[in-house]
Design a protein around this ligand. Structure first.
Ligand SMILES: [Zn+2]
Length: 304
C-alpha cells in the first residue's frame, strides 16, 4: 500500500529507547518493543501487517495506531478461495475511510456475516455502520447482545458457515469477559482478538483466573490441532502458536510469583504489594499497578 509505509515500531523504539517510560511500560508487561523481530528492525511496519494472512484470511489494517492498539486494529476478511461470500471479523473503529477500504478489498463478493472478537471500540465501533454499508440484512454477531445486529449471537461451540467457509467459536474470557476466538480448521489458524497479540502482552479487564484458563485452553488446541498460525487483533501474525502461548503463560506466572512473594513478606492490600513490587516505579503509575495487582490477589484468593 503506497504512501503509508510508516515504520511505527522503529519510530516508537527510537522515541522510547533508554527512557524511564519504557522501563515503566515493561514493568506492566506493556512493552511492545520486546518482540525480537521489532528490535532487529524487521518489523513494526504497517505495510507488513496490512495484507498479511493465510490462504483464506486477509488483514486490512485500520489507521488507528497507538500504544494500546500497536500498529492499529487488524480487520480480517475470510473466505473460501473462489467463493462469492465472505465473513468479516472486527471491522474496527468507526472510520469511514477504513470501512470503505474493507469493502473495496471484499470486492464483488458478498459479506455474509460480521463477527466481533470482543466489544472494545477499536474492534467493534464501526461494526454496525459497516454491516449497513455491506448490504441489507447483514448481521453483526457478538457474544455480548448489546453489540449484535440481527438475531444471531455467538456462543461456545457455534459453527459459522458462510460461502462454504467453516469457523468454530471458542469463548475465551480474560482480556474481556465477552472475548471469543474463531478457529479456522482449513487454514489451521485461530483469530485471537486481543487475547494474544502479535507482540507485547495484553491488558486484562476480565479475571486473571479466566485468562490463565483461556491461555491453557489455546495452548492445548495448538498442540492437539497442530495450529499453524495465530491471527491477532493487533500486530503481526504468529507462526509459532505453541511457543507464543508458552511465553504468555510464563509471563503471567512470573508476575504472579512476584505478588505471592510480596504477600509472604507481609503485604496485605494491593497498595502494599505495589509498594514492594513497584518500589522503583514512578508513583504516578501506582494506581494502574494497583488495579492489576488486585486482580492477581483475587486470583490467589480464589485459588486458596
Ligand atoms: Zn480489546
Amino acid at each position: 500500500m503506497s504512501g503509508r509505509r510508516v515504520p511505527l515500531g522503529e519510530a516508537l523504539a527510537r522515541r522510547l529507547a533508554g527512557t524511564s517510560a519504557l522501563r515503566h511500560l515493561d514493568r506492566f508487561g506493556w512493552n511492545p518493543l520486546r518482540h525480537p523481530d521489532l528490535r532487529s528492525g524487521r518489523m513494526g511496519r504497517m505495510s507488513e501487517i496490512d495484507g498479511m494472512g493465510t490462504e483464506r484470511a486477509t488483514c486490512v489494517l485500520a489507521p488507528n495506531p497507538s500504544m494500546m492498539t500497536l500498529d492499529g486494529t487488524n480487520t480480517w476478511i475470510i473466505g473460501e478461495p473462489g467463493a462469492d461470500e465472505v465473513a468479516v471479523v472486527d471491522p474496527g473503529p468507526d472510520d469511514r475511510v477504513h470501512l470503505a477500504r474493507i469493502l473495496e478489498k471484499v470486492g464483488d463478493r458478498r459479506v455474509g456475516v460480521v463477527l466481533l472478537t470482543h466489544r472494545h471500540p477499536d474492534h467493534a465501533a464501526g461494526a454496525a455502520r459497516f454491516a449497513g454499508m455491506a448490504g441489507a440484512g447483514v448481521g453483526v454477531r457478538a457474544l455480548d447482545p448489546r453489540y449484535r445486529l440481527g438475531d444471531e449471537g455467538l456462543a461456545e461451540g457455534d459453527v459459522i458457515t458462510t460461502g462454504g467457509l467453516e469457523l468454530r467459536v471458542l469463548e475465551i474470557p480474560g482480556h474481556t469477559d465477552d472475548s471469543v476466538a474463531f478457529w479456522l480448521p482449513a487454514d489451521r489458524a485461530v483469530f485471537t482478538g486481543d487475547t494474544v497479540l502479535g507482540y507485547g502482552t495484553t491488558v486484562l479487564e476480565g479475571r486473571l483466573g479466566d485468562y490463565l484458563s483461556t491461555l491453557e485452553r489455546l495452548r492445548e488446541l495448538a498442540g492437539e490441532q497442530d495450529v499453524a498460525t495465530l491471527l491477532p487483533g493487533h500486530g503481526p501474525r504468529i507462526d509459532d502458536p505453541a511457543g507464543a502461548l508458552d511465553g504468555y503463560l510464563a509471563h503471567r506466572r512470573e508476575r504472579l510469583a512476584q505478588v505471592e512473594e510480596a504477600v509472604r513478606a507481609g503485604a496485605r492490600t494491593a497498595r502494599e504489594v505495589v509498594e514492594i513490587v513497584y518500589a522503583d516505579v514512578d508513583r504516578k503509575l501506582w494506581p494502574a499497578a494497583e488495579w492489576s495487582v488486585q486482580s492477581q490477589l483475587d486470583y490467589l484468593d480464589e485459588r486458596g
